[in-house]
Write a protein that binds this ligand. Structure first.
Ligand code: ADP
Ligand code: MG
Length: 591
């Protein structure tokens, strides 16, 4: 086994003189506590090691031993419902003493195993050979490691087993015997192989109106949420983790302060999953590396998280990964790179920041799995640019790689307008492709309405500037109407409280009903104004207030109330004499 002697230590980085050769990216154990580390550079007989645990107290002269394998994490049935650190070692909470030094993985759990194959069957990489029922009763598949290939020589009968027990033995074509447990190890930094990448077809349903209806991200797509301090990144990510339609959520708390994660750790275990009715934690894996934990492990945590996401994808599931925040990850990269003595680039970040971000977001995809199923990983990363400046390197590089960009706006947040996603700075490059999906949800006009909403919001920005100069009343009535309608879209549609019982998640059907109703109002108002009604009169309509409050008041299971409100709108406009169907002459009194 390779080993080396440490002669230089700086924070999480060690230099050691190798007495036998090490491999690049080989996992190592450092000192008497066997702290976990990784060889990041080979320089003659000197190896540079990044240590993932606290190095306080380490001295020159201690030993580094190689594992002979790349740094790996254990993927298995014990992940769902639990909280881990950046290298997938268990945390019971953020305050409890962390992982003991040198710990490699969570203690093995016990699960009820059921075989899905019989002796003699062929088993290839990624194929399911069994399933387990976890504590919650949720069924998970046991899939063969991607490189497995052979025929089943023996498989365990149904029954309770430890995670470490061999449950299946296969004989490869070369005659080698392989033992499989319920899970397997996988190198953290290596993307898991797939049979094919498939084109994205459907959006990820987030339950947030401004995202689903205006800036949708594909299931298997990638989105970024840049936003200054306090603009609502964490609340939005948590809302997505609770309400989106993925089968499995991987929530990565990366480098934020512990209290930022407290919401997830305290609240999630008390919530139920609206889709299964079971606890929300049953579909969630939390990976936490808060600002007080070792910085190198934060750098690795993003890879662990996406590898876990791919593992569930390979079971044929739709997985969403939320990372809060990728800026803190980039800072860890910068700090460790500084200790390596690498030349700093833009903003002090290493020159490879951009390619690392690209590699991460590249792992989002809809795929045909090795086992022949279909699965996806959707990646959503928050970015916290220093002083809210979106031109800084992490934001600007990320922007190149994501397809949906949800920019949080300080002004909106200060006005307590949530979610503070700015409708003019945000975009969704795949939106056009979702028109047929929306048609399937009963909203065939989605693309048209979306365009109309965005145009009105864009015009609003220009007109508001004008109104500030010449006064709103001096604007032509048509433009006053535009301002009125844009304001209605903001208030009645885009505003959505994450803390409202009824409104924190909005189904696509309800979003469609709301969009249609607002469009109906706009059409009626335009006809009325064209026929001579002054836009100021619109503010006094009785049905305006319920329209503004419909998100908070009309629940997903009470969609008939939208039709009632529409009838009310129609009759109120008819009484005004503004509906297109009404004789034009009757508007005279309204002028
Ligand atoms: P960030 O993570 O960007 O620093 P937070 O997500 O912690 O900001 O949000 C700060 C505060 O803003 C929250 O404590 C909450 O009061 C408010 N807030 C943010 N988003 C929403 C939302 N969608 N609905 C209601 N309140 C929100
Ligand atoms: Mg936050």
């Amino acid at each position: 086994m390779s080993h080396a002697l440490v002669h230089w230590i700086s924070g999480p980085v060690l230099h050691a003189r190798a007495e036998a050769p090490f491999g690049l990216r080989e996992a190592v154990r450092v000192g008497p506590q066997a702290l976990l580390g990784e060889v990041v550079r080979l320089d003659g007989d000197t190896i540079v090691v990044q240590v993932y645990e606290d190095t306080t107290g380490l001295r020159p002269g201690i030993e580094v031993c190689g594992d002979g394998l790349p740094l790996s994490i254990h993927l298995g049935p014990g992940l769902l419902g639990h909280i881990f650190d950046g290298l997938l070692r268990p945390l019971s909470g953020l305050d409890t003493p962390h992982v003991t030094p040198g710990m490699r993985r969570a203690p093995p759990g016990e699960f009820d195993f059921e075989p899905l194959l019989e002796a003699g069957a062929a088993l290839a990489g990624g194929q399911a050979y069994g399933q387990v029922r976890g504590e919650s009763g949720r069924v998970q598949r046991c899939i063969a490691p991607p490189d497995a290939d052979g025929s089943v020589e023996w498989i365990a009968a149904a029954g309770r087993c430890s995670e470490l027990d061999t449950v299946c033995r296969i004989r490869t074509a070369e005659g080698r015997l392989c033992e499989l447990a319920m899970g397997h190890d996988w190198p953290v930094r290596q993307p898991r192989p797939v049979r094919a990448r498939l084109p994205a077809g459907a959006p990820l349903v987030t339950g947030q109106r401004i995202l689903d209806s205006l800036f949708p991200v594909a299931l298997g797509g990638k989105a970024a949420i840049p936003g200054g301090f306090g603009t609502g990144k964490t609340v939005l990510l948590e809302a997505l983790a609770k309400g989106c339609n993925a089968d499995v959520i991987v929530y990565l708390g990366c480098g934020e302060r512990g209290n930022e994660l407290a919401g997830v750790l305290e609240e999630f275990p008390t919530l139920t999953d609206p889709r299964s009715g079971g606890p929300l934690m049953d579909r969630t894996v939390v990976i936490a590396n808060t600002s007080n934990m070792p910085v190198a492990a934060r750098e690795a945590s993003i890879y662990s998280a996406v590898t876990v996401a791919e593992y569930f994808r390979d079971q044929g599931l739709d997985v969403a990964l939320m990372a809060d925040s990728t800026s803190r990850w980039a800072e860890a990269l910068r700090e460790v790179s500084g200790r390596f003595g690498e030349l700093p680039g833009e903003g002090g970040y290493p020159a490879y920041l951009s390619s690392r971000l690209a590699d991460f977001y590249e792992r989002a995809a809809v795929v045909e799995t090795l086992g022949g199923g279909r699965g996806s990983v959707t990646l959503i990363g928050a970015i916290s640019p220093p002083s809210g400046d979106f031109s800084e390197p992490v934001t600007s590089h990320t922007k190149r790689y994501v397809r949906a960009y949800w920019a949080l706006d300080v002004k909106r947040a200060q006005a307590r307008f949530y979610p503070a996603v700015h409708p003019l700075q945000s975009y969704a490059e795949d939106a056009r492709g979702f028109a047929s999906w929306w048609a399937g949800q009963g909203n065939g006009d989605w693309l048209k309405m979306r365009r109309r909403f965005l145009t009105l919001l864009d015009e609003q920005a220009h007109l508001e500037r004008m109104a500030r100069i010449i006064g709103k009343d001096a604007l032509p009535v048509r433009q006053q109407l535009t301002l009125f309608c844009a304001e209605l879209i903001n208030e009645a549609f885009l505003r959505q409280s994450a803390f409202s019982e009824i409104d924190r998640v909005c189904s696509p059907q309800r979003q469609a009903a709301m969009m249609r109703l607002i469009m109906r109002f706009i059409d009626l108002a335009e006809a009325a104004v064209a026929a001579g009604l002054h836009p100021e009169r619109l503010a006094r309509l009785d049905s305006l207030r319920p329209l503004q409050r419909m998100g908070e008041e009309f629940a997903d299971d009470a969609l008939e109330r939208f039709a009632e409100l529409e009838a009310r709108l129609d009759s109120e406009f008819a009484a005004l004499g503004g509906t297109p169907a009404v004789n034009e002459d009757s508007h005279a009194t309204e002028r």
